[in-house]
Design a protein around this ligand. Sequence first.
Ligand code: FBP
Length: 587
Amino acid sequence: MSGLASELISMEDHHSLFENEIRKLPVPVCSIFLKDGRIVPASFQKTNQAIGSPDAEKVNHEFPKTVKESENKILETVPLSRASASGKRVAVLFSGGPAAGGHNVIVGLKKALGGNNTLLGVKGGPKGLIEGKLFKIKEGDIAGIINTGGFDFLGSDRTKIKTEEQFAAVKKTAKDFQLSGIVVVGGDDSNTNAAVLAELLSDDKVQVIGVPKTIDGDLQIGGLLPISFGFDTATKVYSELVGNILQDTPSSRKYWHFIKLMGRSASHVALEVALQTKPAITLISEEIEETKMSLEGIVSHICDIVAKRAAKGINHGVVVVPEGLIEFIPEVKRLITELNETMAKFGEDINKMNFFEEKKDFLYKKLTAESTKLMATLPDEIEKMLLLDRDSHGNLQVSQIPTERLLIQMVEEKLSEMKRHPDEFKHLNLSDEEAKCFMASKFATNSHFFGYEGRCGAPTLFDAAYTLNLGLAAGSLILDGKTGYIVSITELDRGGKVQALPLTGLLNIERRHGKDEMVIKKGLVEINSPAFAYFAERRGVWAEKDLFTSPGPRQLWGPISKQMPISVALNRGCDSIRFDLGKETSL
Ligand code: FBP
């Protein structure tokens, strides 16, 4: 075998030159976890700051044990002053969609727990916990996963633990494996699961700690929890791709690209990518809902920008569409709510129906007249997608709905209507020359959906550091005997302040599956936030001329590797996009 062939074979199974090097990459560690250059756990103490939801009375009633213990007060770190606990057996699981940095949470946990405690991995998420699929994580495993992307080491799933049988099964797993702690790495729904488990297992002395994960960025709580992990990597991957497409548009000069970006309901991903790349049009679902913009209004807004650019001879551009847009358009939202409630109420009847038409007829009859009318105007493809089964948390699977293609179709129709009836673009005040230019223009399109491309890449340096420190915090909380908290790091530009938030303080009542449920509220884009305000101020200029930027591939080494998300830097009032999460430390 040639030298090259054997070198290539040695790179198989996650050993590319890149993967080998990132395992050796030093990662910033917050000073609270460093002593004489070594990584150590920290201790936690209660602050006087309590957090409580508007539904606190009901929450306190449902979660008496954990609320009594935490008093809903935030915990802050203090240096460990005594020997840390030993003999603990802690299980860690991933829940929901993958997000870059999950593996470093495990690395951080293992480092905090040290050699005197046992870390177990749960295979396949919450379902694995129910089924008792646990294994011991060894030092050798850790060496293999440091700084690597994906959730493949453990796997994940979206099971919501809610039935009495599931509770009993989890209790059995905890007993069988003599667990003293469970760390749930997940988003809003999964951390709701963590709150429920903390209450359920409190008499069994099994502690439960949550870690904020989701590329959607919707698990963020103002100054208390600036962002979930995975958001930075996903948005930097998408920004590179969108930046490349933007670079193509004035080069080939013939396409409008409609790019849908993952992020489920919230538009944080779309907003961040817009701030990174400056495309001509970015739709923000939360603004559309707030301003009660109809589907027709959105289409007219896009057409106006397309026409104005065409009038100046610019027949290209990029439209960024958030994945969850459809759910925020008031009339569609009403339709989806009606469908959700009907599907929840008549689930058993609907499941027995074999044919789509049968299911459709049944549901149509249960809708209000306005919703039936709207449903009938939507293309068949969209109609079908709206009737898809909901996920286990009762959510519509928005990633399956081709909103970008729906918009292309509607914009095409509207533009040709504008050209047929020039009165329809009178409000643009185009000169005769400009109007002629628009009338002669072509509208050629491409559609894209960037979603799975961004979830499992190797974490950015921000996510690698953030997750390692979150793992260290979760391990420290377990050693310190705490339960029912989610870990958080603030002051991202000043060395990182590690804290723990009581999960019960974050619970609210929301309508799910046609009934009220206690859940952690999704942190949507706030249109009075500094990040949105900055975007709103600049987007008019970006629509008029090509001012896009290409942030390039994400960097793990070198002068530009220490960037946090722009939206987080703006919202947290930072002076720069550079992050500081402590001293770079070899793992
Ligand atoms: P989480 O909230 O579980 O982190 O999932 C994020 C996400 O990537 C969403 O952006 C997307 O809508 C969804 O998962 C896709 O789900 P699936 O992986 O089941 O296709």
